[in-house]
Design a binder for this molecule. Sequence first.
Ligand code: NAD
Length: 486
Amino acid sequence: MALSNPPSKPVWDYAPAPESFRPPIAEQHGLFIDGKFVKPKSGKFMKVINPATEETLTGVAEAGKADVAAAVEAANKAQRKWAKLPGKERAKYLFRIARRLQERAREFAVLETLNNGKPIKESRDGDVPESAKHFFHHAGWCDKLRYAIPGGGDPKPVGVCGQIIPWNFPLMMAAWKIAPALACGNTCVLKPAETTPLTALRLAEIFQEVELPPGVVNILTGGPETGKLVASNAGFHKVAFTGSTEVGKLIIKACASRHVRLTMELGGKGAHIVFADGAIDQAVEGAVQGIFYNQGQVCCAGSRLLVEESVAEEFKAKLLKRMESLRVGDPMDKNTDVGAINSASQRDRICKYVNIARTEGAEVLECGVNATPKKGFWCMPTALAGVQPSHTVAREEIFGPVVALMTFRTVEEAVMRANDSAYGLSAGIWTEKSSKMFEVARRLRAGVVWCNGFNLFDAASPFGGVKESGFGREGGRHGLLEYMAH
Ligand code: NAD
């Protein structure tokens, strides 16, 4: 039998595999204060949409000053009792939360994808298990806190924590904030981002199911105005923020005149360095994961790809070929690699940067399978070739599926270019030479450096930035210290 020749370009037309399960979503959501869902005193509600279809999913409350005050009061009332519970008793609650998250994993994954626009395979295999892992990990710490303190000591909570989070990993960011705070005996008031409050509100249902004492966690939905009210409320002993550097600075200013502990997890412009002796095919895969995961809406994305000149052309060709196979479209389809951008304004911001890159002289290479759907907010995976270190796209955070390709000739130049950024959150190195790996890793000014891999996380491993990427750590022993008084 004659075999037909393979097509010159691979065809990736999988049959659609849409997720068939859709959790019920209430028409309107109140605020979660003192263990109950309550109507906002502000009387205000806002729309929450699905960014892949622009359909309205539900309405959520917009917390005002009196709501913030009520949440702080509830958290304050609950704090002493919660802190007095023996660690092993607090641990039971955290274990139950983790187990319940696992049991309801599919519901949370679908809800996250509907609300955020990220591919279901990412929310299913990344966000939800990672969130459960954070509660499990911190459950284990509850009765061992004194071992987390350098030299040992008497663990004491900070008190009532105001926590403000962004929209790129809504459930995971909530877990990263709440789990260590609770483990150390603190109570919380969490404000999710305005576009993605749904999984945090559903997490509140789990808190009710596991009978977490009222007031230990309170969830206030709302936009920047609610965030400002949280940042300026004098009842907090700590404010923990994850979001843009710009807003981080405003929060630091708002807190400057009072005694309040701060952690700031801010923006990034990660350098991803590929040396000529690195495993090129694996590095291409790492680069793809580093910038197209979650549509590149990742603080630690490898958005500056620095490739050694002698392999730059080969690397670029392989990268573009790999990008050709990325499926863009319905986030609820299990085959989708790149889903919807979270909002129209974020999509416009990404387009603005791509246009700036074009006018500054970069070559814009858009790739990916299939045309984007008519409704919703989309960006094709994009590589910008010929970017110079002075170009705007090499300096400012784009926060989208756009990678800037640059070259270098020596180790010295690679380190200098990687460190030539106001940010210092993440970096990656691809080399087969361990001496080079350690030398470069040591010299990079970044909170986290991955070697021969990218975007690798573990609840036991601290994460956070330096320079304009912020201060403080989340995860591991270092993350616990942020929630203990000392
Ligand atoms: P953002 O700063 O606009 O908003 C983050 C949160 O702050 C939201 O809940 C928002 O409602 C609230 N907010 C906005 N203005 C406020 C104000 N004046 N006072 C108080 N709160 C306010 O960020 P975003 O667009 O939601 O998220 C994207 C940014 O987050 C990117 O810069 C990204 O790098 C960063 N980020 C950092 C990390 C990290 O760990 N370092 C993780 C995820 C995202």
